[in-house]
Design a protein around this ligand. Structure first.
Ligand code: ZN
Length: 141
C-alpha cells in the first residue's frame, strides 16, 4: 500500500522542476521532492537537485553523494521523501522500461516525469510497480 493516495505540489516547486529539466536539456535531469503526509495526501514542500551521473538524454542515475546530502537535509527538517522526478527531453512523460526496472523505491514514492518533447512542458506522475506503472493523482496548488 502506498503511504499516500495523492500529491500536491506548489506552483513554484513545479516551475523549478520544469526549469531544472530545461537547464539540463538535452540530457535528463533528476531530483527529489519531499514534504509531509497529511490525511493521506503527500504535501510537497521542498526540492532537492540530484546530478544525473549518466549525463544522458535517454536515462539517468541519481548521484550517490547528492542523494546522501538530500536525505540528511530531509532528516534534519523532518521531511519525508514523496517523489522522485526526472525529465524526458524528447519523449512523452511516461515511464520507460528502464525507469520501471531501475526503480528501487517500490511503491513508496511517486515518480514525476517532465517531458520537453512538445511545444509546452508536460508533467505526469506515476506509481512504478514491479511489473509496470499506473498514473498517480497529483495537483498543483
Ligand atoms: Zn524516464
Amino acid at each position: 500500500m502506498p503511504p499516500f493516495t495523492r500529491l500536491t505540489i506548489p506552483d513554484l516547486l513545479l516551475e523549478e522542476v520544469i526549469e531544472h529539466a530545461r537547464s539540463e536539456a538535452p540530457n535528463e535531469c533528476c531530483g527529489l521532492l519531499a514534504g509531509h503526509i497529511e490525511d493521506g495526501v503527500g504535501v510537497m514542500t521542498a526540492r532537492f537537485t540530484v546530478a544525473n551521473d549518466l549525463h544522458s538524454s535517454t536515462r539517468y542515475e541519481t548521484n550517490a553523494r547528492d542523494l546522501f546530502t538530500a536525505f540528511r537535509a530531509m532528516r534534519k527538517d523532518n521531511l519525508e521523501l514523496l517523489a522522485i522526478y526526472h525529465s524526458h527531453p524528447t519523449s512523452e512523460p511516461v515511464p520507460s522500461l528502464r525507469d520501471v526496472e531501475q526503480n528501487t523505491y517500490g511503491e513508496t514514492v511517486v515518480h514525476l516525469i517532465v517531458s520537453l518533447a512538445g511545444a509546452k512542458p508536460e508533467v505526469r506522475a506515476w506509481w512504478l510497480t514491479e511489473v509496470g506503472y499506473r498514473e498517480a493523482e497529483w495537483s498543483a496548488v
